[in-house]
Design a binder for this molecule. Structure first.
Ligand code: GLC
Length: 803
């Protein structure tokens, strides 16, 4: 079964039913103003921060059929009386004659048809605007005239998203709406919590005369408050009550009478839901998107912005599934994760529990380096500003306030208060930025550390290089009895929380990779003293790792506070973990023989047709000594589920070892597009990666969850472009060293790099997986696989012959 198809020409996915197994969303706007919309037109919108300035109330836990956030009611005068239905199917659930939702770059476009009326609705946030615009066109496809009313409705949230659900007295006492009547019958409905007057007022308005409105939910639903969104009573009376809510649950409902629509005639309504400081001062600004031409131009501009981002890297390979992902959907998801971190999705509710993650955002920033390097850098600057003086990191922070905290580590008195890995991710991110852009002076930029004095001023600032060296020295100084880095509260795997004193084998590898990347940068810059010091640290950690972590067939994953290894052949549960195998190769710690054996063990013990599991077998019950992982049943999430974020690391490691067939098999097996025809099992959007798929120890093996906001996006993009296709920025230039299935005869890549455009053609007549026989840049034949950094901003033609 499927619920839609890809449309590569238009860079869209076309959902062909409103009744997907779970809601399928798309993101509009950015964190400055935006959120997501689902396939039934509902969604959540916020400005600046979903926790602290939320506009729309949307509850992913509600039944799929319910009203959620926003909808468009349509009222038609039939001989028998009013017919009221939603142009989005929910919440009225009228039968649809046609339903299509095109998931586009920064917009959703709905084409629906009910009772002979056709709707074309585009939802998006114009670049730089603080409003979601909905352009709604209704066409009469009946034989006769029909009298149509359109009633767009939104439900507001309190700006403090969590308070909305924890305080049902204060919140409703503060919520207020007011109508501003304009000339020729138009109306702006304003809404805000009392304290936000003049400092953040929401507005809901349209470009046509409004014949009546409501802002008190109870009056709109009617029946003494017992009416429902499935059948609002007020829509069965000629006009709405004109309520200007002074408290309570606030909505915006605007009734427009379009009059009699002749057959084949179309009318357009444009709505805006936005936020400004004071609505009265912004009426001119609001006027702008009442104009259809301006709306169309803004939509085109949004699309152009996305195209510019995507066009910086486009590929043509023998695999259409890969082309679709790399040319559109994967970098698109990278941008979304870079913007939203793990804050706002159907699964990460953005109520203030998390904000942005130090670890997560560092990795996200790497996924947008090709398409939007300077945006990545801005994010890195924020992240560095929540690093502590001792080199460790605050685990998470809120984007609007930059206030940070220690994440889940706060909840356990007896556990360390820091995560052993966080600070190392930013080292990898900054090095990747330097390789991509060649802007090595980023290392000299001065950024404060997070620690503050009583007045809230930073105690110390340091250069970016200073931040990175602090990060590395924190790990160097905080090591355990095997000389491996201490785990802290957790490492990449948030949910294995061992008692203080435990060591992490993965962090050892991560440290190794970070050192290696710093050595490359420092050598390039001629800082041989520091490079030499890091070479020493690298060699030492490599030895400690190999002396302690090899278990015969694979590497163990942790040592607990007693020095006992987790992830050994003798264990009954948690025998083999994925990350110590892949990372041993990525760090260059495993020799080729051990590396191959470790990855063969991954294949043998962890691979499934739906992806590679995090570890096996899963733990069998709650054990506070192991931590959060044991709160899940076996096969779910971190407890031996298919946690997709880790799969690209195996792909990269296989590519490092030169096993192109296997790397590509792993790549394809988790491609979301491959789920399109088994959506009844997988359930999530097939146009972006999910965070997790239930593993084969779980009865619902194959079910995906937590789509969109996952590090999978960034790493899959890096794995595909830099390891499989093998086009990898280095300090000195662009390395072209693919690792592909031997069956591939050729592929092409167009890639911008440091202001120049590279048109790369790779030929593989001998059917190898890896190895570059010759390299030509324009007319020059070069030795090796490195294309030197561009000297001019021009197009370079690169011909690569594998063999
Ligand atoms: C979630 C977290 C991420 C963590 C992963 C594994 O995706 O956002 O930080 O690495 O789970 O526990």
């Amino acid at each position: 079964m499927n619920c839609g198809r890809f449309d590569p020409q238009r860079r869209e996915y076309v959902i062909t039913t409103p009744r997907t197994p779970v809601k399928w969303i798309n993101y509009v706007g950015t964190l400055s103003f935006g959120g997501f919309v689902d396939q039934t037109g509902g969604g959540v919108i916020c400005r600046g921060d979903p926790a602290h300035n939320r506009i729309v109330k949307y509850l992913p836990q509600l039944p799929l059929a319910d009203f959620n956030g926003e909808t468009l009611y349509v009222r038609v005068r039939e001989p028998t009386g009013y017919r009221v239905f939603s142009a989005f199917h929910t919440p009225t659930l009228d039968p649809f004659e046609r339903y299509e939702c095109r998931v586009g770059l920064g917009y959703n476009h709905y084409s629906t048809r009910f009772y002979g009326l056709e709707f074309e609705i585009t939802v998006f946030v114009p670049a730089g605007a603080s409003a979601v615009v909905r352009k709604i066109q209704v066409t009469n496809r009946r034989d006769g005239e029909v009298e149509v009313d359109l009633i767009p409705v939104v439900e507001y949230s309190h700006f403090d998203a969590l308070k909305q659900f924890t305080n049902a007295d204060w919140v409703p006492q503060t919520m207020q709406s007011r109508a501003i009547r304009q000339k020729d019958g138009r109306l702006v409905l304003t809404q805000c919590a009392y304290m936000k007057r003049g400092r953040g007022e929401n507005f809901y308005t349209s470009n046509r005369p409004v014949s009546s409105f409501d802002s008190a939910r109870a009056l709109f639903l009617g029946d003494g408050g017992y009416g429902s969104f499935a059948r609002p009573q007020s829509l069965f009376a000629p006009e709405l009550s004109g309520s200007e809510a002074q408290r309570g649950d606030n909505i915006g409902a605007l009734l427009h009478r379009l009059g009699r629509l002749a057959p084949e005639h179309t009318q357009t309504l444009i709505t805006q839901l936005g936020q400004v400081d004071r609505v009265e001062d912004a009426l001119a600004e609001i006027e702008k998107y009442r104009d259809e031409g301006a709306v169309d131009r803004a939509l085109e501009e949004t699309q152009r912005g996305w195209s510019a981002y995507l066009d910086r890297l486009q590929i043509q390979t023998p695999s259409l599934a890969m082309d679709d992902m790399i040319n559109v959907h994967n970098p698109r998801q990278c941008y979304i994760t870079q913007n939203w971190s793990r804050d706002l999705s159907l699964y990460q509710l953005g109520l203030g529990g998390r904000g942005m993650g130090f670890r997560d955002s560092s990795q996200d920033s790497m996924g947008t380096l090709t398409g939007a390097p300077e945006e990545s850098r801005s994010l890195m600057e924020k992240i560095l500003a929540v690093q502590k003086q001792d080199g460790s990191a605050m685990h998470q922070f809120y984007p609007q306030t930059l206030l940070a905290n220690e994440g889940d580590a706060r909840e356990h008195q007896d556990r360390p208060k820091y995560y052993g890995d966080d600070h190392l991710w930013i080292v990898l991110a900054v090095c990747a930025y330097l390789r991509e852009t060649g802007r090595f002076d980023f290392l000299d930029e001065v950024i404060p550390f997070y620690d503050k004095d009583a007045a809230g001023n930073p105690l110390e600032s340091g250069t970016v290089l200073g931040h990175l060296t602090r990060a590395l020295s924190f790990t160097q100084k905080n090591r355990g009895r095997h000389g491996l880095p201490l785990l802290g509260f957790a490492d990449w795997n948030d949910t294995i929380n061992l008692r203080a004193g435990a060591e992490s084998v993965m962090i050892a590898c991560q440290y190794g990779l970070a050192l290696r990347e710093m050595i490359e940068v420092l050598t390039h810059l001629g800082d041989s003293a520091l490079a030499g010091e890091y070479r020493g640290a690298y060699a030492q950690m490599k030895k400690l790792f190999n002396d302690s972590a090899w278990d015969g067939e694979w590497f163990v994953r942790y040592f607990d506070h007693d020095g006992e290894a987790l992830g050994t052949q003798r264990a009954e549960t948690g025998k083999i973990f994925i990350n110590s195998q892949s990372w041993s190769v990525l760090a260059g710690f495993a020799d080729p023989e051990r590396g191959r054996r470790a990855l063969d063990s991954v294949r043998q013990h962890l691979n499934t047709p739906c992806g590679i599991k995090l570890f096996a077998p899963g733990y069998r019950g709650f054990d506070p000594d192991i931590g959060g992982v044991t709160t899940y049943p076996p096969g779910a999430k971190e407890n031996g589920g298919i946690f997709l974020h880790t799969n690209p690391w195996v792909i990269m490691a296989e590519a490092v070892l030169g096993r192109g067939e296997r790397a590509f098999e792993y790549y394809l097996q988790i491609n979301p597009a491959a789920k399109n025809e088994i959506i009844e099992i997988y359930e999530c959007e097939p146009y972006c990666y999910a965070q997790n798929i239930l593993g084969d120890e779980h009865p619902q093996f194959g079910l995906g969850r937590n789509s969109w906001l996952s590090g999978t996006a960034s790493w899959m993009y890096q794995a595909a472009t830099q390891y499989i296709l093998g086009i990898r920025p280095t300090c000195a230039g662009l390395r072209v060293d693919p690792c592909i299935p031997p069956g591939w005869k050729e592929f092409r890549v167009r890639r911008e790099f440091r202001g120049a455009l590279y048109e790369i053609a790779v030929h593989n007549p001998g059917g190898v997986s890896k190895g570059v026989r010759s390299l030509r840049v324009d007319d020059e034949t070069l030795v090796g696989s490195l294309v030197p950094a561009p000297r001019e901003k021009k197009t370079y033609r690169v011909e690569v012959l594998m063999g």
